[in-house]
Design a protein around this ligand. Structure first.
Ligand SMILES: Nc1ncnc2c1ncn2[C@@H]1O[C@H](COP(=O)(O)OP(=O)(O)OP(=O)(O)O)[C@@H](O)[C@H]1O
Ligand SMILES: [Mg+2]
Length: 408
């Protein structure tokens, strides 16, 4: 389809389904809108869409991600694995109509001059749409479905994502207000793990969460959710853009006990480190990296790219004093998600950040159906935060979890 044809088709579907006024029951998000808590189930949200295939996949609880590649194919992710389904969407116009309906549900627009959209459906599902000419082979829609059931650390231990000992260790770490970085590849379960760990935040604390698209589901009564307002070359003008960095700075004036950033990607890393170093203990974030060491270099690069003139050694020093634990999660070859490292940052040696692995997943082999075999283990290294654990009245619990007597 040529750009011209797309323009005409967009024009038609836009007239039919979103003439700029968002559909009433869903008009909670988007530019200038207010953020509501998720109220609609995925099945109901799916049923609002005209496409029967997508409606069915939205209702299917075993599906985590729905990936529509124009008219060519639809893939879903189930149990950590991608699979192609038989159905496709019959025409470019139908794909665009679907994109348009999703945009309209969230009070936003997608068309030739605004070909990129990041949004969140009424049930909390996260959606990215990219249209031609940017998506060369047709409008591509990626839906990360909101999972209704909250996955807890104990549930993760039962399903073998983590050992019970590691889960109990993370509960202590959260109660001791350690600053944690959750690191993992795309779709590895970082946000899910962050949610699970944050269940151990004291309900008396004031927590500010900052995200590009609000996904976190904190259960505590005193949570303030902030969401960025990106510049997308369309509805939002440059001067109206509100970035992660703006929100992190703003959050510092909101008397937060903890600050949780959904994912650090850019120069907000600098402000987060500052916040962690200036008394906002127990702050968490996620970062896209495949190993705890890579996570540290990614954060260093993010601060470096912000061009604030801070020398690399000073950035590393900031990181070493700000972050206490790195929790690495990996979606392994067999589709299963496993916490592969819990590493503690212990300081600096000349200009290198020193780290010790407290827990690791040791792979021993693979069974005949391709499942990875192995075990989680405590390396026997004593965590350095014992004094802090005692201060937060968690010393005995930490000894109990590790099964050793700890002395400071
Ligand atoms: N331990 C788990 N058990 C079962 N399903 C899980 C688990 N962790 C994550 N999932 C599912 O996998 C999908 C991806 O998880 P999540 O959003 O936490 O990953 P992510 O690493 O934050 O992804 P992204 O890189 O896109 O931000 C979600 O649909 C989630 O419900
Ligand atoms: Mg995530």
């Amino acid at each position: 389809m040529s750009n011209d044809m797309y323009a005409r088709a967009w024009d038609k579907t836009a007239k039919a389904s979103s003439d700029g006024t968002p559909a009433a029951p869903f008009s909670y998000g988007g530019a200038g809108g207010q953020i509501a808590t998720p109220t609609q189930g995925a099945a109901i949200v799916g049923a609002m869409l005209d496409d029967p295939t997508i409606a069915k996949l939205m209702a299917d609880e075993s599906v985590n991600d729905i990936l529509v590649n124009g008219t060519r194919s639809i893939y879903v992710e189930r149990a950590g694995k991608l699979e192609r389904i038989h159905a496709t969407i019959p025409s470019d116009a139908a794909v665009m109509k679907l994109a348009d309906e999703i945009a309209a549900q969230t009070g936003k627009k997608i068309n030739l001059s605004r070909p990129l959209l990041d949004t969140r459906l009424a049930d909390g599902s996260r959606v990215n749409i990219i249209a031609p000419p940017l998506a060369v082979d047709g409008t591509t829609i990626s839906i990360r479905k909101f999972s209704k059931k909250s996955i807890t650390l104990d549930m993760m231990a039962q399903t073998g994502n983590i050992s019970q000992q590691m889960a109990d260790f993370l509960k202590v770490a959260s109660a001791c207000k350690l600053n944690m970085l959750i690191s993992g590849g795309t779709g590895s379960g970082k946000t899910t793990l962050l949610n699970a760990i944050s269940q151990f935040i004291d309900p008396d604390e004031r927590v500010v969460t900052i995200e590009d698209a609000a996904e976190l589901k904190l259960q505590q009564p005193h949570v303030i959710r902030l969401e960025t307002r990106p510049y997308n070359g369309g509805a939002i003008e440059r001067e109206e853009e509100v970035t992660m960095r703006d929100l992190v700075k703003n959050s510092l004036r909101m008397r937060p006990d903890r600050i949780i950033i959904g994912e650090v990607r850019g120069d907000e890393a600098f402000d987060l480190l500052q916040a962690m170093n200036t008394g906002h203990e127990g702050s968490f974030t996620t970062v896209h990296a495949n190993h705890p060491r890579d996570a540290l270099s990614r954060i260093t690069n993010m601060v470096n790219m912000a061009n604030l003139g801070v020398p690399v050694t000073a950035i590393r020093g900031q990181i070493a004093s700000a972050i206490n634990l790195i929790v690495q999660i990996s979606r392994m070859r067999d589709g299963k998600r496993r916490v592969s490292f819990i590493s503690e940052i212990v300081g600096m040696e000349s200009d290198i950040i020193t780290m010790q692995d407290l827990f690791v997943f040791k792979q021993t082999g693979e069974n005949n159906v391709g499942e990875i075999q192995g075990h989680f283990e405590w390396t026997g290294i004593m965590p350095r935060f014992l004094r802090r654990a005692q201060y937060y009245n968690q010393g005995d619990q930490l000894s109990h979890v590790l099964g050793v007597k700890l002395t400071s």
